[in-house]
Design a protein around this ligand. Structure first.
Ligand code: MEV
Length: 280
């Protein structure tokens, strides 16, 4: 999940993202018949590795919400196939191939951010194919799902159109988002300071046209209930927002999001990333 820098990463700017709970579980078993998955990401995993199997997914992360759940499912499916068929792929290869699949399904528009954090766990600074692991922090996060459907590909295209039409305005906005991310890097253990930066980043995402009235309401509700800061996370236009919360207020903030017609999820950093569970 993005903490800072979504959309700007598409234009070579840095972004900060982290893996969150709950984990996604995927089981794959060899079968002689081609499986029929509901997700194009899963279909592409089997195609990419040229095997046939059945797949069982247990995920409590809402899909298509901007939390990077498609990346988590893709990474976990690649790893489960790797394991079941003894393909001997490394974590790095799995991360790389999962990104390739995301990119293919999203028609060329994807950054390796969500596949990176899903594979390795923890928090990263991502910039143009490079990643820097950041010291894990004990953030209290409250995610609000607006339940408004959106498409990452469409939102990325919308920003590209706006940038094409108003380059002298949008380019400084991208620079300002970059400045926020770089400033955040110096204050990762100061939630109050980060909260202000999240509020600023949110305003700039609004400028880029990826806001939504329901997301604004959730962001305002979180702030009014005492969040350090709140912003859209992911592509916007619907999907999710995230609030950084004082520990003692997270339940109250979650309640405020629920009464604002959002689905709330209290979460935190997952430091572990990809992991093989015991065989069932
Ligand atoms: C979507 O979750 C985040 C974007 O920056 C696109 C991407 O990084 O692939 C909008």
């Amino acid at each position: 999940m993005f903490l800072f820098g979504e959309h700007a990463v598409v234009y070579g700017k840095p972004g900060i993202a982290l893996a969150i709970r709950p984990r996604v579980y995927v089981t794959v078993r060899k079968t002689s018949h081609a499986h029929h998955a509901k997700s194009p990401y899963i279909d592409q995993c089997f195609k990419e590795l040229n095997v046939k199997g059945s797949v069982y997914i247990n995920s409590q992360l809402p899909s298509s919400s901007g939390l990077g759940s498609s990346a988590a499912v893709t990474v976990a499916t690649m790893a489960a196939i790797n394991d079941e068929f003894g393909l001997g792929k490394t974590r790095d290869q799995i991360a790389e191939q999962a990104y390739k699949i995301e990119k293919r399904v999203q028609k060329g528009r994807a950054s390796p951010t969500d596949t990176t954090v899903s594979t390795y766990g923890g928090m990263f600074l991502i910039k143009e194919g490079t990643r820097k692991r950041l010291a894990p922090q004990n953030y209290h996060l409250v995610v609000g799902n607006s339940q408004v459907t959106h498409s990452t590909a469409r939102m990325v295209e919308k920003v590209a159109d706006l940038k094409g039409k108003y380059p002298t305005i949008c380019e400084p906005v991208m620079d300002a988002i970059e400045a926020i991310t770089l400033d955040a890097m110096k204050h990762l253990d100061e939630p109050q300071y980060l909260g202000r930066l999240m509020d600023m980043n949110h305003a700039l995402l609004d400028v880029l046209g990826v806001g939504h009235p329901q997301l604004s309401k959730l962001v305002l509700a979180a702030r009014a209930t005492g969040a350090y800061g709140a912003k859209i996370t992911g592509a916007g236009g619907g999907g999710c927002m995230v609030a950084l919360a004082p520990k003692n207020l997270k339940a109250r903030i979650a309640g405020a999001l629920e009464v604002t017609d959002g689905r709330a999820l209290i979460t935190c950093l997952d430091t572990e990333g990809l992991r093989k569970e015991k065989d069932a």
